[in-house]
Design a protein around this ligand. Structure first.
Ligand SMILES: [Zn+2]
Length: 453
């Protein structure tokens, strides 16, 4: 099993400006582009060379041979009822994307109470608390994160209803569950005096959902914790799956605009709504690969003045996704070419009488990427699953881990346990039955990455 040394990671990350962003992504499909091939070979060679170093714990059951770790593992199960109460409490604090402050303050207080060091709120609103390891400057630094923000507007009623083990509350699993596990893990490590080799930086981050566009995690990597993070784990939502690859996306707001006028009197003028129609017709005929899954959808459409007017503006929002950077950039290019064609056709149709304009605004840009399935951080998760008798459910998704994966920092997003239903809807519910399994697994994975003294 190849293992990446921390040293190698540091060097690799410090040198990453040698590679353009798309090249840093270890996707098999970028081999279609010959330019990328030599870099791919280089990365594989580097991964192999690095296998002579060992850092991560590849059998997490060995950790439990230490009496204090065993106690901690039992403790996090014992405190599960209070963990669930705290999950409800923090989920009841509204935190729409860009308005996470109140929930953030709750976290700052809790990080301080638990005894984390250097507790702070950074300039974008991420709440950070650190727990230093004993391994010196070459030890790994793990960011353990969960997102503060929800998709629900400030005025949404956040009232808890319980039916047995089921808790009904918007945001209870996404990401009330991940957030509460940050606190449970920090509390457990402090209570049992677990001395880790690597550092753990706990982060309740902003801006994961929708137009947040990974704002919080981008800020961690680019500013607040720049060049410090060697590994990243996000805990997000319910279940027991693990996200190991990043589905990237491009989102645009596309607007056609012109002078507008009377539908009868100004007839002969190019029409923004007709241009939108032309473009959506073209998009709807796009063919994209099933594997790697590559998708597109026009999700919102708006415009017009009245039935008897040629509109001044018409616009729509489009979301395009792929787990493959090459396919995503191909789709992106195709979309822009078609947008230009729709504009030209509409203007040509009316012989340039009252020309319209096109504006394409980027409203979301999540990077894509994969990492080798035998990468050490994934192996730690597999080892924890094996120990906990959880079947491996590894897949691709769009999460805060997109950012680190896209720049070559090992990262996974793990589910927090229990069973969720109706995420992103007002009917969201979470079944807490056996949810301690998620808590125990998250603790083991975190300790497997940083190691224990
Ligand atoms: Zn989430």
């Amino acid at each position: 099993m190849p293992k990446l040394s921390v040293l190698f990671l540091r060097n690799w990350r410090q040198n990453r400006f040698f590679y353009p962003p798309a090249v840093r992504i270890t996707s098999l499909n970028y081999m279609k582009n010959k330019f990328y091939l030599p870099v791919h070979v280089l990365l594989v060679v580097c991964f192999c060379i690095s296998s002579i170093f060992g850092q991560l714990v590849n059998d997490v059951s060995s950790l439990l041979e230490k009496p204090n770790v065993k106690k901690a593992f039992e403790y996090i199960r014992e405190i599960e009822p209070e963990t669930i109460e705290e999950q409800i409490k923090l989920t009841e604090i509204p935190a729409p994307t860009f308005q996470e402050q109140k929930r953030g303050l709750y976290f700052k207080k809790r990080f301080e109470e638990i005894g984390l060091s250097n507790v702070r709120i950074d300039s974008v609103g991420n709440v950070i608390g650190e727990r230093n390891g004993k391994g010196g400057k070459d030890a790994p630094t793990l960011v353990l994160a969960a997102h503060l923000d929800t998709v629900f507007a400030m005025e949404t009623k956040l009232e808890t209803r319980r039916e047995g083990t089921i808790i009904k509350l918007p945001g209870i699993s996404d990401d009330g569950r991940g957030l509460t596990l940050l606190l449970a893990i920090a509390k457990t490590l402090e209570k049992h005096g677990i001395e880790t080799i690597g550092n753990i930086i706990f982060v309740a981050n902003v801006g994961e959902e929708g137009l947040g566009d990974l704002k919080g995690v981008r800020h961690l990597f680019n500013v607040e914790l720049k060049d410090r993070i060697t590994h990243f784990i996000s805990i997000d939502g319910a279940g027991l799956g693990v996200t190991t690859g990043a589905v990237g996306s491009k989102r645009y707001r596309v607007t056609f605009s012109g002078r507008g006028g009377h539908s009868y009197g100004a007839f002969g003028m190019a029409n923004p709504i007709h241009a939108v129609g032309r473009l959506i017709a073209k998009v709807s005929n796009f063919q994209t690969p099933v594997d790697p899954k590559t998708t597109f959808s026009v999700g919102m459409i708006r415009g017009g003045t009245s039935v008897n007017s040629i509109a001044r503006t018409a616009s729509f929002d489009i979301d395009m996704r792929s787990r493959d950077p090459y396919e995503l950039s191909r789709l992106d290019k195709r979309f822009k070419q078609n947008a230009q064609a729709a504009l030209d056709e509409e203007n040509a149709r009316w012989k340039n009488k009252g020309k319209i304009r096109l504006d394409i605004k980027l409203i979301g840009d999540r990077p894509t990427g994969t990492q080798p399935q035998d990468s050490p951080i994934i192996q730690v998760a597999a080892s924890a699953n094996k120990f906990m008798k959880i079947e491996n459910d590894f897949g691709f998704s769009s999460t805060d881990s997109n950012m680190p994966i896209s720049i070559g920092v090992p990262a996974i997003t793990i589910d927090g346990g229990g069973k969720g239903k109706g995420a992103h809807s007002l009917d969201e519910q979470w079944d807490s039955k056996d949810s301690h399994i998620g808590s125990q697994r998250a603790l083991l994975i975190a300790l497997g990455v940083v190691g224990v003294q």
